[in-house]
Write a protein that binds this ligand. Structure first.
Ligand code: IMP
Length: 433
């Protein structure tokens, strides 16, 4: 019996998970998504082409791999269909090697409307949701009113769909939301709904499975399984910067509930962190930079949301948050991405602790959103050179190696590899002595 390895983002998302999964995929037989939905955007670049995946696991580009969408994931059929069509244009036939849990919940058009209604009602407390219907769909799951993938095969599906939609419309109206004026991709709710219903045909072409049995059988058969996280630790519904979070458990524990595997089956936990830090949407971000360096990181790092196109907020790496992430997730190895974005900086900074109300701390406080959290920065010498053409970890500039060693020392977790460009080939693995 094999163990299931986990790959997660340790910051506020967009750490480059898609790319690292893609690089690691050859070592695995099965790639499984366990939470989140089309709010995710996993970017993979190879052969000069860029691919963004939202719901489909990143192993889809490898024809011999099994890809699984677990019960903890949310599927929006229209977005799913577009993703499948986009893959087909690139010559990828996903039907062949993608399996979907019957227990995965569906995002209805009216969930997306509710997302907009909820955000509007929040006034200046807006989360900055991707508006893909994530919060409302998970709300229905917890309220036991949701619809699941397996339900689309039942004869009363449309009836149940309409009931739920009516409920959402009533809720939106209660919030003072203008339902008639609402548009999804430029369409009225009804027009979009028609496309949504048509998209169920695409979904039905796939093999629906009892994914808990499926995945446990894979482990039993000694297949190597990788669980691919979406969003990231600091957006976790329980341990993230609540309420500025997503609505799922993005952490290692989420693998157990999102796939149906026992805690004892968890093997390696690979945590991805950028060499700096970004956040898209609202919420606390103590190391955020509002100056020219922040703008430089944004431009140089192409820090624009892959799902929404919004510019990402940029700042220095935050060690209290990273240590917290390593603790909650039991991270066994770190993957550091995008140090190349900082190539021209004379100095790079690391937030090693916080000062809150005059007191120094290395813990994430409960009052994270409401108190002023001052980052205590340590300066490191920049490497001031291009990393292009470097093919070995040990050949990285000494200043960068010193910076990476500081990350290892402060988290107590070894760095397994560094990614120095968007291309697959530029992930440099550290040789274990
Ligand atoms: P939601 O999950 O779309 O409701 O968004 C909740 C918060 O999580 C917002 O601040 C989003 O910007 C953020 N978020 C959701 N998904 C991602 C992601 O894949 N990467 C980065 N941020 C995300």
């Amino acid at each position: 019996m094999t163990k299931i390895d986990v790959l997660l983002g340790l910051q506020w998302g967009d750490e480059g998970k898609g790319k690292i999964v893609d690089v690691l995929t050859p070592q695995y037989d099965v790639i499984a998504r366990f939470q989140g939905g089309p709010n995710a955007g996993h970017t993979i670049e190879f052969n000069g082409m860029k691919h963004v995946l939202h719901i489909i696991p990143s192993g889809i580009f490898h024809a011999d791999k099994v890809n699984l969408i677990g019960n903890g994931v949310l599927i929006e059929p229209c977005i799913f269909r577009k993703e499948i069509e986009g893959l087909a244009e690139k010559g990828v036939d996903a039907v062949r090697n993608l399996f979907i849990s019957k227990k995965a919940h569906l995002i209805l058009p009216s969930h997306r409307m509710m997302d907009a209604a909820n955000e509007q009602a929040k006034g200046n407390m807006k989360i900055g949701s991707t508006l893909k219907g994530i919060g409302p769909a998970y709300t229905d799951k917890i309220a036991r009113t949701g619809l699941r993938v397996g339900d689309i095969l039942s004869s009363d599906f449309v009836e149940r769909y309409l009931l739920l939609k009516e409920q959402h419309i009533r809720m939106a109206q209660t919030l003072g939301f203008d339902v008639a004026a609402f548009r999804l991709d430029g369409m009225t709710l009804e027009a979009y709904e028609q496309q949504w219903m048509e998209s169920l045909t695409t979904l039905k072409a796939f093999r629906f499975v009892n994914s808990e049995y499926f995945i446990n059988q894979c482990l039993h058969d000694n297949m190597r399984v990788l669980a691919e996280g979406a969003q990231a630790m600091m957006l976790d519904i329980d341990f993230g910067t609540y309420p500025f979070v997503t609505s799922s458990n993005t952490i290692t524990a989420g693998v157990c509930t999102g796939l149906g595997v026992a805690p004892s089956t968890i093997g390696r936990v690979m945590g991805i962190t950028k060499a700096y830090c970004t956040r898209v949407g609202a919420g606390p971000f103590p190391t955020e930079l509002f100056d020219a360096t922040g703008r430089y990181l944004c431009e140089q790092g192409h820090e624009y949301g892959s799902t929404t196109g919004r510019p990402r907020r940029c700042g220095w790496i935050d060690m209290p948050a990273l240590r917290y992430a390593c603790m909650i997730n039991g991270v066994t190895e770190l993957y550091v991405t995008k140090p190349d974005v900082m190539n021209s900086l004379d100095q790079v900074c690391m937030c090693e602790a916080y000062e809150i109300e005059g007191k120094q701390t290395v813990e994430i406080p409960f009052e994270y959103n409401t108190v002023e959290v001052k980052p205590l920065l340590k300066y490191y010498e920049g490497w001031r050179q291009s990393l292009e053409g470097i093919t070995e970890y040990a050949a990285l500039p000494q200043q960068l190696l010193t910076y990476l060693e500081a990350i290892e020392r402060q988290t107590g977790v070894p760095v397994a590899a560094v990614s120095i460009s968007p291309d697959r080939k530029d992930v440099l693995f550290k040789k274990v002595q």
